[in-house]
Design a protein around this ligand. Structure first.
Ligand SMILES: Cc1ncc(COP(=O)(O)O)c(C=O)c1O
Length: 394
């Protein structure tokens, strides 16, 4: 079937999320390059929104998927059977994450990780209320939407889960509003969909102190930051934070669907009684996804230079510094090139695709380009990104 025919069927039969999808018809994807069915090549500067941190179809991940699929796939709903890839992955993640988070509950996606984290916090504290921040995106399910820091996208689904308070991000004064009625505070170390805005460390530490003093649990959403995107395995590991829970997904599965929450076993055990089955999932922690994730973690630990995310940041900041009327925010391989107006972004994003550079914008910020390439991007490929952006924006 030809690419154009496939695209028409895609528009007709596949549920659409916007009137103007990117619409590139995919033939294959390898490393940092996506190949379309019409023979074009695109340098991927999005990584499927922070998923392909090790590039596309890394051979070690592909092999792990193939081997696991040939041994067994789904055998039983989550939590009943002992499945090697799941157990080994849980041990590897808990060893790498440290700070007493020695248990992982596996789910399928970021939204589901947030749902599970909120439920666990309610169950452990016996409290009903939560706190999140303006500009936050935590997912598209009802619970996650209730935390949303921008009501434009959530208003159509009222009533949402009641009892969430939205505070200003990076506002240390504001966190005094967190009190003994709150089960949990959910926060991103680098706020993703407002345009890669890092939290100030003092804000995060004050938040943690306030949570501890009122008995609210601190939940970090590391769904987009996790698995090396900002530098360390998890962004909070660059700070002195010791969170109660970490939600993860996206790059976790190395391209396969997987999410999870890490917590102490003591906290996690609240899911197991009064009543049992505190959170249920059929496919969460699927053995093939876990095998892919384990291989992916191994690749990150063994093959990726631990300074690479910072080198990408430095390289892009230096190369793009002289583009007029722009500035860059973010950290590591999660950068936003702020263009000053959404018109400038919309005028240029399709032109970038035409030139073979895959970039996009942010859910809450269409005046910036997302620059989030795989960590395996080469310096020569950074030159290509720079040349293209200079041509477009000079
Ligand atoms: C920071 C953050 N949290 C949560 C989510 C939700 O993850 P998912 O789309 O896997 O449900 C996303 C997805 O973009 C995200 O960026």
């Amino acid at each position: 079937m030809k690419g154009s025919e496939l695209k028409n069927l895609f528009l007709h039969h596949v549920g659409q999320t916007s009137g103007d999808p990117m619409g590139i018809s995919i033939e294959r994807a390898e490393g940092c390059v996506i190949h379309s069915t019409d023979g074009r090549e695109y340098l991927d500067c999005i990584s499927g929104i922070s998923v392909a941190s090790l590039g596309h179809s890394h051979p070690r991940i592909v092999e792990a998927v193939q081997e696991q699929a040939a041994s067994y796939m789904h055998t039983m709903v989550y939590g009943e059977h002992v499945q090697g890839p799941q157990v080994r992955l849980a041990r590897a993640i808990t060893e790498a994450i440290g700070c007493g988070l020695d248990s992982v509950y596996f789910v399928n996606s970021g939204s589901e990780a947030i749902e599970a984290a909120l439920k666990l916090a309610k169950r452990a504290t016996g409290r009903r209320q939560t706190v999140s921040f303006k500009g936050a995106y935590h997912g598209s399910s009802h619970g996650a939407l209730s935390l949303m820091g921008d009501q434009h996208f959530s208003n159509g689904y009222l009533p949402l889960v009641p009892g969430n308070t939205v505070l200003d991000y990076n506002d240390i004064q504001g966190i005094q509003r967190i009190g003994a009625e709150h089960a949990a505070v959910v926060v991103e170390v680098i706020q993703s969909e407002s345009g890669y805005c890092p939290a100030k460390e003092q804000f995060l530490l004050s938040l943690q102190e306030r949570c501890r003093s009122v008995g609210a649990l601190l939940i970090l959403d590391e769904i987009q930051t996790g698995f090396g995107r900002s530098g360390p395995l998890f962004a909070f590991q660059d700070t002195a934070l010791q969170p109660d829970m970490v939600a993860m997904a996206k790059a976790m599965g190395g391209g396969m669907p997987l999410g999870g929450i890490a917590a102490s076993k003591k906290l996690m055990d609240h899911f197991t009684e009064h009543p049992v089955l505190g959170h249920i999932t059929t496919f969460g922690g699927h053995p093939v996804s876990c095998a892919a994730a384990l291989a992916s973690l191994g690749v990150w630990q063994e093959e990726i230079d631990k300074g690479r995310a910072q080198a990408i940041e430095k390289g892009l900041r230096k190369r793009l510094a002289d583009i007029p009327q722009t500035h860059i925010s973010g950290k590591g391989a999660m950068l936003a090139l702020h263009l000053g107006s959404s018109k400038r972004m919309w005028d240029n994003v399709h032109r970038a695709w035409d030139k073979g550079l895959l970039i996009d914008w942010f859910l809450y910020n269409d005046a910036a380009f997302r620059l989030a390439p795989p960590l395996i991007i080469t310096d020569e490929q950074l030159d290509v990104i720079s040349e293209t952006l200079h041509e477009l924006l000079a």
